[in-house]
Design a protein around this ligand. Structure first.
Ligand code: MLT
Length: 388
C-alpha cells in the first residue's frame, strides 16, 4: 500500500527556503542594515574601521567585544607572529597535496590537520578557544602561502615576525617585501571580509561549533562552506566574468545577452543588501588609489561600465554590486593569482568564525531543525527477484 501525500501549499506552510530572514542566533558581533547599506562590527562603522583600524585590532574587537589597549594589541601581535611557524610535519602534509588542487581545499584540509597538532581536552574552556584563535589566525595565511610557493615550485619564504598579517602574507607569497601602500590595501581588504553576521559559512561554523567540535574542525568546515560560487567563491568568478567581456564598449551587448539567457551576473545582488554593499564602495576606492600609483587596468573600466548598465536594468530591484565585485580587481593589481582570492576571504573570515564560535558556546544549543516530509509511507518491500 502506498500512501504518498503530494506536497500542497498548506503542507509546506512555514517552510522558508534558505532560512531567509530567520534569526539563527542572538549576536552582538556585527550588524547590517541592508536598506541603508550599513555594516558595523561591534558597533563601529565599517568605513571607520577601514580608515583607522587594522586587521589585528579588528580580530581582537570581534572576539573580545572591545578595542584592545596599546599593550594588548602589541602582545597579541607578538603572539600571532610566534605562531606563524607551521609544525614541520604540517609542511609535509601540504607538500603531499596535489598542486593542481584548489587552494581552498588545501586550506580546508590544512586547518583540519592543524587541529591534530593541537589537541586539547576541552575546547569549551574560553582560554582554550582563545589559544586556538591565535593559532588559527596566525596559521591560516601561512598555510595558503606555503601551498602557493610549493605548487609554483618556489622555495618557501620564512614568516617575518616584524610584519603584520597583511604584509607578511604578501611577503610569503611573493618573496618580496611589500611597499607600505600595498600592505595597507591588503590590510583594509582583510578588515572588510572579517565578519558579516549570519552568512552561510558563519552559520556552518555555528552549526559545527554547537556540536562542541574543536575550533579547527569548526573553521575547516566553515571554509568548506565558503568555497562555493554562491558564497566566497564568487570573487574568483567575477574576475573570470569580466575577462569574458572584450572591453567596456562591449558591456551592453554582453549584458543583454546574459540577462536574456537569465544567466547569473556574478558580483551583483545580496541576500541582505538592497543597495550597494558598503564594502564594495570601499574596495572600489582602494582600486582607484592603486591605479593612481600603478596605472589602471582595462578590467576596471569594464567593471564600472557593467555597474552602470546593471543599475539601469535592475537597480530598482535592489540588485547592486556586492563585496566580490571589486575585490578581485584589487587583488589582481597586487599580483595575486585568481584562485587565491577566496582563500584571502578565508584568511580574514576565520576571525569572524571564531568570534561566533565563542558567542555560540556562551549559550549553546545544538542545531537540530525540523523538516516537512513529503515522501512516501508504509511501502511494501519489493523482493529483489521481482524488480526486473
Ligand atoms: C559575506 O560577506 O559573507 C557575503 O556577503 C555573504 C553574506 O553575507 O551572506
Amino acid at each position: 500500500m502506498t500512501t504518498t501525500t503530494p506536497p500542497t501549499s498548506d503542507s509546506t506552510k512555514g517552510y522558508v527556503p534558505g532560512l531567509a530572514g530567520i534569526p539563527a542566533a542572538i549576536s552582538s558581533i556585527s550588524y547590517i542594515d541592508g536598506n541603508l547599506g550599513i555594516l558595523e562590527y561591534r558597533g563601529y562603522r565599517i568605513e571607520t574601521l577601514a580608515a583607522k583600524s587594522n586587521f589585528e585590532e579588528v580580530c581582537w574587537l570581534l572576539m573580545k567585544g572591545h578595542m584592545p589597549t596599546r599593550m594588548q594589541l602589541e602582545s597579541f601581535r607578538a603572539h600571532l607572529a610566534k605562531h606563524r611557524q607551521l609544525p614541520e610535519r604540517m609542511v609535509k602534509i601540504l607538500e603531499a597535496m596535489p598542486g593542481a588542487g584548489h587552494p581552498m581545499a588545501a586550506l580546508q584540509a590544512g586547518l583540519a590537520a592543524l587541529g591534530m597538532f593541537n589537541q586539547k581536552p576541552d575546547f569549551r574552556h574560553p582560554d582554550e578557544v582563545e589559544e586556538a584563535w591565535v593559532r588559527i589566525l596566525a596559521a591560516t595565511p601561512v598555510i595558503i602561502a606555503t601551498f602557493e610557493r610549493m605548487r609554483t615550485g618556489k622555495d618557501l619564504v620564512a614568516p617575518d615576525p616584524e610584519l603584520n598579517t597583511a604584509a607578511n602574507f604578501l611577503w610569503m607569497i611573493t618573496g618580496q617585501k611589500p611597499d607600505e601602500f600595498a600592505a595597507h590595501v591588503m590590510d583594509v581588504a582583510l578588515i572588510l571580509h572579517a565578519d558579516h553576521e549570519m552568512n552561510a559559512s558563519t552559520f556552518a561554523a555555528r552549526v559545527v561549533g554547537a556540536t562542541e567540535a574543536d575550533p579547527y574542525t569548526v573553521c575547516s568546515s566553515a571554509i568548506g562552506a565558503l568555497t562555493g560560487p554562491l558564497h566566497g567563491g564568487a570573487n574568483e568568478e567575477v574576475l573570470n566574468q569580466l575577462r569574458e567581456i572584450p572591453g567596456p564598449e562591449h558591456v551592453v551587448t554582453w549584458l543583454d545577452a546574459k540577462l536574456a539567457a537569465k544567466a547569473k551576473i556574478m558580483g551583483f545582488g545580496h541576500r541582505v543588501y538592497k543597495v550597494k554593499d558598503p564594502r564594495s564602495s570601499i574596495l572600489q576606492g582602494l582600486a582607484t588609489q592603486l591605479f593612481a600609483k600603478l596605472g589602471s587596468t582595462p578590467l576596471y573600466d569594464t567593471a564600472v561600465e557593467l555597474e552602470k548598465e546593471m543599475a539601469k536594468r535592475v537597480g530598482t530591484k535592489g540588485i547592486a554590486p556586492n563585496v566580490d565585485f571589486y575585490s578581485g580587481i584589487v587583488y589582481s593589481k597586487l599580483g595575486i593569482q585568481t584562485d587565491l582570492f577566496t582563500p584571502l576571504f578565508g584568511i580574514s573570515r576565520v576571525a569572524g568564525y571564531l568570534a561566533h564560535l565563542r558567542e555560540q558556546m556562551q549559550d549553546n544549543k545544538l542545531f537540530r531543525p525540523g523538516q516537512i516530509y513529503v515522501g512516501a509511507h508504509e511501502l511494501e518491500y519489493p523482493e529483489l527477484r521481482t524488480r526486473g
